[in-house]
Design a protein around this ligand. Structure first.
Ligand SMILES: [Zn+2]
Length: 364
């Protein structure tokens, strides 16, 4: 059986003979594109790779999702006030924005992404990446510039920040955070350019949960009501095992279930504190029960007043529940920061290059 030669094939052959120089260029381009695709695909699905390649060849069409709400008033302070589409990753669109801060972080962000589109949640995401480097309320100055690469999510969180770059006037430096989880999906985090984690972690033997994707709120977080948040929220899937970091005695379980959901309170007499665990799906201890350090006590959940599955972990002074401790500065909790290990360094560097290129692409 013979396949008839297509007119296209004929044409190509013809061109090849007539324009050898053009063919040479095309071959070179194909080789370079192929190499780039290979290098980028090593870590990611090719969608972003294609977007990055388009950038290299000056063909990126910027898809302006939302026009700036007040172009004239903002021209002075906010350079890029549009949300730009930059390709897709894992089937979700990747966006980027860059801007200069005016008034406050949330004010500026809400001038770019409307309230309906979740600017408050977006600003909160950025704020909680920054709290590990600065006091956001005091540290953020007019004219500081910020670049963000992110995806929109369907759930309560609304966004996933992939890269945050914050140039601070006050500190005279740029804070970078790149999301990376290749070393252990489900236990990833945000790392600076050198591969050092932005957030601190409690040592495993003392941590209420051992695997989590992010700390979503710290004590004193004023988004959580006028008194500020009293605990630390660990973003975890329902059913994640919960442990007591210290020896103690269970004082009560499941009080005020409407707000707290299923919950546990443990008295740690020797340390002078009580620890609380809220929004659980399963309670595995009883009031009066003695608990050893590192004992499994519950499974995390999404019960009571919550928007998404998480564990609310709270450390109170044992006689004054208004005195709340931050677990990452609390003297009895040992904490540390993770570093990208040598075997994942190459993959991490690729992530950094890729997320950087998304922002550069938008600028071009
Ligand atoms: Zn909480």
């Amino acid at each position: 059986m013979s396949i008839p030669a297509s007119p296209l094939h004929d044409q190509r052959t013809h061109k090849k003979n007539k324009f050898p120089f053009r063919f040479g260029c095309a071959a070179l381009l194909i080789i370079s594109v192929g190499l780039n695709v290979y290098l980028l695909y090593f870590d990611y699905k090719p969608d972003v790779a294609i977007a990055s390649l388009q950038q290299d060849h000056g063909k990126v069409s910027q898809n302006l999702i939302e026009p700036p709400p007040e172009p004239e008033a903002l021209k002075k302070d906010v350079r890029q006030t549009v949300e730009t589409f930059a390709g897709t990753m894992e089937d979700k669109a990747v966006h980027s924005i860059s801007f200069k801060v005016r008034n406050s972080l949330s004010y500026t962000v809400c001038k770019i992404i409307s309230r309906e589109k979740g600017c408050a949640a977006f600003a909160a995401h950025l704020g909680r990446l920054m709290i590990w480097s600065m006091d956001v309320k005091k540290g953020v100055r007019n004219g500081d510039s910020m670049e963000v690469v992110y995806q929109r999510l369907e759930g309560a969180e609304q966004f996933k920040v992939l890269k945050l770059s914050y140039a601070s006037k006050l500190f005279g430096k740029t804070f970078d955070a790149f999301y990376f989880d290749k070393f252990d999906p489900g236990n990833g985090g945000y790392f600076d350019r050198e591969g050092k984690e932005i957030a601190r972690r409690i040592v495993e033997t003392q941590s209420p949960v051992r695997r989590y994707t992010e700390i979503t709120s710290l004590p004193g977080d004023f988004r959580k009501g006028t008194g500020g948040h009293s605990g630390t929220d660990f973003k975890v899937e329902v059913g994640t095992l919960v442990y007591s970091g210290f020896p103690g005695k269970v004082t009560r379980v499941n009080w005020n279930v409407r707000a707290n959901g299923y919950c546990i309170e443990i008295d740690h007499q020797k340390l002078g504190i009580k620890t609380l665990y809220l929004h659980l799906s399963r309670v595995k201890v009883k009031p009066g029960q003695t608990i050893r350090a590192g004992q499994q006590i519950a499974e995390s959940g999404n019960t009571g007043r919550t928007f998404a599955p998480h564990l609310h972990y709270e450390i109170q002074h044992r006689r004054n529940k208004k005195t709340i401790y931050n677990p990452f500065t609390f003297k009895h909790h040992k904490s540390y920061t993770r570093k990208i290990s040598p075997q994942h360094h190459r993959a991490f560097q690729k992530t950094v290059t890729l997320f950087d290129s998304v922002v550069v692409m938008r600028k071009s």
